[in-house]
Write a protein that binds this ligand. Sequence first.
Ligand SMILES: Cc1cc2nc3c(=O)[nH]c(=O)nc-3n(C[C@H](O)[C@H](O)[C@H](O)COP(=O)(O)OP(=O)(O)OC[C@H]3O[C@@H](n4cnc5c(N)ncnc54)[C@H](O)[C@@H]3O)c2cc1C
Length: 512
Amino acid sequence: MTDADVIVVGAGPAGLMLAGELGLAGVRALVLERRTQRGEIPKANGLGGQILELLHYRGLLDRFEAACSGPSHPAPQYPFGGVHVDFSSLPHPPLRGLTLPQPELERLLDERARELGAEVRWGQEIIDVAQDDTTVTAQVRGADGSYQLRARYLVGCDGGRSTVRDGAGIAFPGTTHPEVNRLGQLTLHESVTRHDDGDVDVPGLGRVHAGAFVRTDRGVFGFGWLTPEVMLLSTTEDETTDLADDVPMTLTELQDSIRHVLGAEFPLGEPRRLSRYTFQARQAERYRDGRVFLAGDAAHLFPATGVGLNAGLLDTVNLAWKLAADLHGWAPPALLDTYHRERHFAGARTLKHTQAQVALRRGQDPAAEALRDVFLELFADEQPLRRVGALIAGTDIRYPLPNPNGHPLTGAFAPDLTLHVDRGTTSLAELTRTARPVLLDLADRSDLRETARPWRDRIDVHTAKADDRPADALLVRPDAHVAWAATPDEPEATAVRGLRDALTDWFGAPSR
Ligand SMILES: Cc1cc2nc3c(=O)[nH]c(=O)nc-3n(C[C@H](O)[C@H](O)[C@H](O)COP(=O)(O)OP(=O)(O)OC[C@H]3O[C@@H](n4cnc5c(N)ncnc54)[C@H](O)[C@@H]3O)c2cc1C
């Protein structure tokens, strides 16, 4: 007897997203969170990248947009290693963002997870995990003492200092950069004067330029304006203190840091938001150990802003349907192993560009300045601009899947095609809302529809016309990635064989 099919450790964004995705796939998750209530520490201020497209496919983007200050929007600028990449010249910027403070994101994900049947228990800390061939046992500490829970699978979404990862003996190699970044959103202090161009006059310090970074031998100071009333101040100092993300930053800490970097006082007004982050570049050696999996910050930490949530939430979308397939009894034997293969691959790619950003950002000498200038020059051209946008958004990630006919969409996120069907117009996003696999027949291919018939209990088949047809047919997994695509010039027998193999590889043996 088990207490749950899947125990999810941690009710942060990754744990709650996973619980929702499992619910969508018909599995009730039990989420255990050591905090006694939802946190209000300001971490991420929003979401960006590929995850926004996925939320759109799930029908969640509208709901999230309605709950925050407005719709998702193309990001006109984005920091990349101390250089501001300016996408405003592009007609279709490659990167979108949604302003949604992390506590609000967690509230929305919690709401969705519970709507889909998950149970979230607060004040329950996992202190150890053990497993045998059929179950995982979690040692839990709650208000009334310690007890055990058993499940078929357990997923550690318990953040960068993951107990689950340590308990499973999974190494987390990498680097902790000796750097602490502090950010404050504050009103202007009455003793500071603002000029029309945004620069300020600070008593005892003189004129400080908006948008410029002041580099001293003790660190970097910068400031700009979020609104005409609210300024954004930041410091970066080399520091080796081990600071936990869940310890709030105070106004005094920011004030001390500015004084240390500038060697002078910068009077601060009313704080609106104070946050602090450190940078680590780490990736779990394995995302799976038998019945134990890792997702989110427990699996990876990146040394740059704006990518952690994108990567972590996409981990859970990749994992949930595979766990559900196994629990429903139709998963092919190797399916669960593809989680590590695909998401470790994606994490390594994100780690690569965020580490490159460290090299670009940290240097203070003329060579480093020259490197930043060269990058800025390159980013004046459309092609490198699009390339770096795709890199940050993670839209260039193509999983290494079997691809016998070499179709360029295999392994990629499925494009949201506008589709003409008998009853009117729809889109791929709408057809995949339930997170069931879809065979999309775009060329009225009865041979392919017939091939898929024995899998109809697990996949949906739709025939449609697309204005700009990328393939004769697409087999789309629940995580919206293309498992297989038919090339138009392929002999019928080859296409049928390719589809049958892909259906068997991803969705198990055909029903009789
Ligand atoms: C100041 C700051 C700004 C940031 N800005 C951005 C940004 O703009 N964009 C972006 O994408 N990312 C940003 N990040 C990173 C982002 O916040 C993380 O990537 C994200 O929180 C990771 O989510 P997670 O669910 O994997 O882990 P976490 O959010 O760390 O959640 C883990 C959860 O597990 C719980 N837990 C831990 N151990 C146990 C245990 N043993 N038993 C039970 N529960 C446990 C914790 O209490 C926590 O609730 C920022 C981070 C900081 C600190």
